[in-house]
Ligand binder design. Structure first.
Ligand code: PLP
Length: 501
């Protein structure tokens, strides 16, 4: 027996004027409370764990009937909002996660409220996306490039590499979109496709190799120099050896800002090698490509403007809420040739909703796509791109300050060069007697206490076999005082932990 007869209309909209008014009041409260929470961040703990007593809520089975919007918002307010991982906090320094911004939060609300479908079509939101892509293409030295907003740097890089694989196969009269990388009966055996990047390349490269059907073996890791950038001589040697062994090199990946240490590969030299060897040149600029927006730092990217494709995030150093990233492909025709899919139900009309315009679904995997570009479009126009650049410069200065504090303190030891916004270091007791194994254990404990006490949230990595505290700084909310407080807290907790050991 149905409780709602088929004759009764139902929708997720409020049913009456009074219901609309109630939802409006709740919406205003949500907005006020979210903005208040952001405003209070400097005086809030960097992180607090979800108490055991509150966990049972998340074991409840799926609701058959509703409790109403007010009640479920109350659950969000008491059980979710206070217990995030803290990446919006001024003393969050871990993993390269951006903060988000209040304006972009509101823009995401507008995007979700309007809810346009960004496959393309004859609509203003498609023009917004195309315009933002055009701006970044210009700023990154690739004017006129094709582009696509995607979820993250991983997807952006995978799309760049997929375009590279397509370009390589086309050059060899092989239709990779029809045959894949497999050899079918009647075809001549094809050599395995391989691509190159340094041993500091982010893990996306293996995911891409697997997903594109190349296999993990296809990602050829090149050793790095002492500053953690790719060794050009070793790269050239490996390419020569691979060719001699019957492999088919097709692309070189340069990293602008490695995840471990913030190293920027010699992109100019990589572009030279790619040109000489007729290989596609992709730049993983997940956070580092945004140096292009900072006048005092953009020199570090010299050579990136010669890339065939660039992947970068806006949810890291661009401070946009997740998820927001972009891939640029220099050759616009090739970009669409690599992904375009004909479908009867998507056929364009001469006029009407589907006429003309952009076809973003022809530039990547996603068909249904949300309005990610709106927040970027609004924040950029509200503040100007120069402010984005100044915040990047501010973060680099703050990391230089932290480096100075580390290098001048007898109990702090830096474990890698810090050329940009990432610094790896550890606490080392004044007696200097501890072994590396003891220091690994000490710093592991130190990091957990630092996070649990809600003081600050760096993350960790392993540098040359040693456990390192890692500050990867893309935080627009951090002040110099936060940096000083972090250094002081590491020493204090380091001493406590050492004394207790
Ligand atoms: C973060 C990062 C990625 C992956 O980007 P996501 O947005 O997390 O998918 C790739 N490369 C580098 C250098 C990164 O820092």
């Amino acid at each position: 027996m149905s409780t709602s007869p088929a004759t009764t209309h139902e929708s997720f909209d409020p049913a009456t004027d009074a219901d609309w008014d109630a939802l409006r009041a709740l919406g205003h409260r949500m907005l006020d409370e979210l903005l208040d929470a952001q405003r209070a961040l400097p005086h809030s703990p960097a992180w607090r764990p979800l108490p055991d007593a509150k966990r049972s809520l998340f074991d409840e089975s799926g609701p058959r009937t509703g409790m109403g919007a007010d009640a479920v918002y109350e659950r969000f307010r008491t059980h979710v909002l206070p217990y995030g991982n803290g990446n919006w906090h001024p003393r969050f320094f871990g993993w390269v996660q951006g903060n988000g911004t209040p304006l972009a939060m509101l823009a995401d609300m507008l995007a979700a409220g309007m809810n346009p479908h960004l496959a393309g079509f004859n609509q203003a939101p498609a023009l917004v996306e195309q315009q933002v892509i055009g701006w970044f293409a210009e700023w990154m030295g690739m004017p006129g490039a094709s582009g696509l907003f995607v979820t993250g740097g991983t997807m952006a890089n995978v799309h760049g590499l997929a375009a590279a694989r397509f370009a390589a196969s086309r050059q060899r009269d092989h239709d990779v979109r029809t045959s894949g990388v497999q050899t079918w009966p009647g075809e001549t055996m094809r050599a395995p496709l391989v691509f190159y990047g340094s041993s500091e390349t982010h893990g996306w490269a293996y995911k891409a190799a697997e997903w594109l059907g190349l296999g993990r073996r296809a990602f050829r890791q090149v050793p790095v120099t002492e500053d953690f950038t790719v060794r050009i001589d070793a790269l050239e040697q490996l390419i020569a050896e691979d060719r001699a062994a019957g492999l088919e090199p097709f692309a070189i990946v340069g990293t602008a800002g490695t995840v471990n240490t913030g190293a920027v590969d010699d992109l100019q030299a990589l572009a030279d090698v790619a040109a000489r060897e007729s290989l596609w040149f992709h730049v993983d600029g997940a956070f580092g490509a945004l140096l292009a927006l900072a006048p005092s730092l953009r020199d570090r990217l010299r050579g990136m403007e010669r890339a065939d494709s660039i992947g970068f995030d806006l949810h890291k150093w661009g401070s946009m809420p997740f998820e927001c990233a972009c891939v640029l492909v220099r050759n616009a025709d090739l970009h669409e040739a690599a992904f375009r899919q004909q479908a009867a139900y998507l056929g364009p009309m001469a006029r009407g909703v589907s006429a003309g315009g952009q076809r973003f679904n022809d530039r990547g995997l996603d068909l249904t796509r949300g309005f990610k570009a709106l927040k970027v479009w609004m924040q950029l126009q509200a503040d100007g791109v120069e402010k984005f650049g100044r915040i990047i410069e501010q973060n680099v200065r703050q990391v230089q300050r932290l480096v100075a504090l580390i290098d001048s303190h007898a109990e702090l030891e830096r474990l890698a060069p810090a050329p940009l916004n990432v610094v790896c270091f550890r606490y080392r007791p004044a007696d200097q007697s501890s072994s590396d194994a003891a220091l690994d254990a000490l710093n592991t404990e130190l990091l957990q206490r630092l996070q649990e006490q809600g003081i600050a949230t760096p993350s960790s990595t392993i540098i040359n076999g040693r456990f390192a505290l890692r500050v990867a700084h893309v935080n627009h909310r951090t002040t110099l005082q936060d940096i000083d407080d972090l250094a002081e807290a590491v020493v204090m907790i380091g001493r406590e932990t050492h004394a207790a050991a």
